[in-house]
Design a protein around this ligand. Structure first.
Ligand SMILES: [Zn+2]
Length: 264
């Protein structure tokens, strides 16, 4: 079991973090082997002591059409099981963004979303959860602008495709070949964070030292979360990648610990 390593006194003061999660994310829908239900299960198990769980609804088709073409939506709809879970994942992202207007939150959702563009998808993604969450808030007049920080190993090409011409959104994709460079680039990306109405983090844990990226350590996710959450009181994080199952739970728990510390 992961050791949260705080003192009893500190643990007593730690606030539970709102984590959006549904057992629907344990569905073994048709996708690649590495993006499997065990990812959600192992994370849920590792964070349950520090989480206050919120169960999301499915997003509406109108929510999807804020960011995607009808033809893309229809193409996903052909597989009813995927369509349903992907709509709940987007609904989970919306819920996390809504919660973030009051307090920092985390969306433990799958399938991931940052490779889904307006009229294309791929890379284990079907709908762009982050973009749908932000555009839903825009459509309600809840926010005027937003900063997206993408810390996944892979470039958030789908997110870029959707938001690139929107002057209300700043999209910062962190990409580095060295750990120190990664953290320095994140610090730079967060420089203007206080001026935005909300900050959304697309969090991939495939940057982990034993995952595909071979870059970051467990404690780095704690520092990253602390940096992001400290940058603006309205922050939410959405799970993207992360495939090294053995340590995925403790890495997300480490991230949530950073969120907690920033909230103290
Ligand atoms: Zn990735």
């Amino acid at each position: 079991m992961f050791d949260f390593s705080g003192t009893l006194w500190l643990k007593g003061r730690m606030k539970k973090i709102p984590v959006v999660y549904s057992e629907d994310f344990l569905t073994d829908y048709r996708t690649v082997d590495c993006e499997n239900p065990e990812r959600a299960w192992i994370i849920q198990s590792a964070v349950k002591e520090m989480a206050e769980f919120h169960i999301p609804e499915l997003c509406s088709e109108a929510d999807l059409l804020l960011c995607h073409t009808q033809s893309l939506v229809s193409s996903v709809e052909r597989d009813g099981e995927v369509f349903s879970v992907a709509k709940r994942a987007a609904g989970g992202a919306i819920m996390a963004a809504e919660i973030a207007l009051e307090q920092p939150s985390f969306a433990l959702i799958r399938p991931p979303g940052h490779h889904a563009g307006r009229n294309f998808n791929g890379g284990f993604c079907f709908f762009n959860n982050m973009a749908i969450a932000l555009y839903t808030l825009f459509s309600r007049g809840a926010i005027r602008n937003a900063l997206i920080v993408d810390i996944d190993l892979h470039y958030g090409n789908g997110t870029e495709d959707i938001v690139q011409d929107d002057t209300r959104i700043s999209f910062q994709n962190i990409h580095a070949f060295q750990r120190e460079e990664f953290l320095a680039d994140l610090e730079t990306a967060l420089k203007d964070a206080p001026s935005f109405d909300i900050v959304g983090c697309s969090a991939g844990f495939d940057t982990y030292i034993h995952d595909w990226g071979g870059l970051l350590f467990t404690d780095d996710y704690r520092e990253i979360a602390r940096m992001i959450t400290s940058s603006n009181p309205r922050t939410f994080t959405i799970l993207e990648g992360g495939y090294y199952i053995s340590d995925l739970g403790k890495n997300v728990a480490s991230y949530l610990k950073g969120v907690q510390e920033a909230c103290l």
